[in-house]
Design a protein around this ligand. Structure first.
Ligand SMILES: N[C@@H](CCC(=O)N[C@@H](CS)C(=O)NCC(=O)O)C(=O)O
Length: 219
């Protein structure tokens, strides 16, 4: 049995990514949920990973940290179904997933994932506007190229969609100014995905408040 160690459902954007892909792939796994921003978090996560962060995937004696590495492992367990079947599309999907993993720092820092929050507004900065413009271009390009295969970035669901899911929740919380029609249609697909409902329900049921992740005023 696989074990996925995660943080708070409401706030832990990196944890959400492997949870979403494992769930989409139909791989059975248990969840160990740790509470971020508590005195005991460091000691608890140290029992699972030397990197001191979540997510962590455990498969018997094997420990995998870093969300992108977990997505790769999950895809391998599922016979490669986590990535597009065609080589060119697969390379493209890996590029956008890596871009998400390494980039969009302004969006991530200024708009923390806060699934249960709605109607938050934070002043737009040039750096965040540039990140949103890049996401708009990236999503639109994928949808134009791969629309024939289904509603996801590469037609069928892939690790690239899992990587961008926390960004979709950010647009839901802080507004989607800067996204064009194609990107908005993809955003609607991502947010309406029934597979992620259990995660959203758990996020909404959580009561912990992490002050530094509660940003933005309701209009
Ligand atoms: N690069 C890591 C980032 C993981 C990460 O920053 N996780 C956050 C929670 S979303 C964390 O564990 N924070 C706790 C800490 O840094 O003490 C990945 O992709 O898995």
């Amino acid at each position: 049995m696989l074990t996925l160690v995660i943080g708070n459902y409401n706030y832990s954007s990196w944890s959400l990514r492997p949870w979403a892909l494992l769930t989409h792939l139909g791989l059975p796994f248990e969840v160990v949920r740790l509470t971020l921003d508590t005195p005991q978090f460091a000691a608890e996560v140290a029992q699972h990973s030397p990197a001191g962060r979540v997510p962590v995937l455990r498969d018997g004696a094997l420990t995998i940290w870093e969300s992108l590495a977990i997505l790769e492992y999950a895809s391998e367990l599922a016979g490669g179904r986590g990535w597009p079947a065609e080589r060119g599309a697969r390379a493209h999907a890996r590029a956008v997933a890596a871009e998400m993993h390494a980039g969009f720092a302004a969006l991530r820092a200024e708009c923390p994932m806060n699934i249960r929050a709605r109607g938050r507004r934070v002043p737009m900065t040039a750096a965040r506007a540039a990140a949103v413009a890049r996401i708009d271009a990236l999503w639109s390009d994928c949808r134009r190229r791969y629309a024939g295969g289904g509603p996801w970035l590469f037609g069928g669901y892939s690790a690239a969609d899992a990587m961008f899911l926390p960004v979709a929740f950010r647009f839901q919380t802080y507004g989607s100014d800067g996204l064009g029609a194609e990107a908005r249609a993809y955003l609607a697909t991502a947010l309406a995905d029934p597979t992620i409902e259990p995660w959203v329900r758990r996020a909404e049921a959580e009561t912990e408040v992490i002050a530094y992740s509660e940003v933005g005023q309701a209009p």
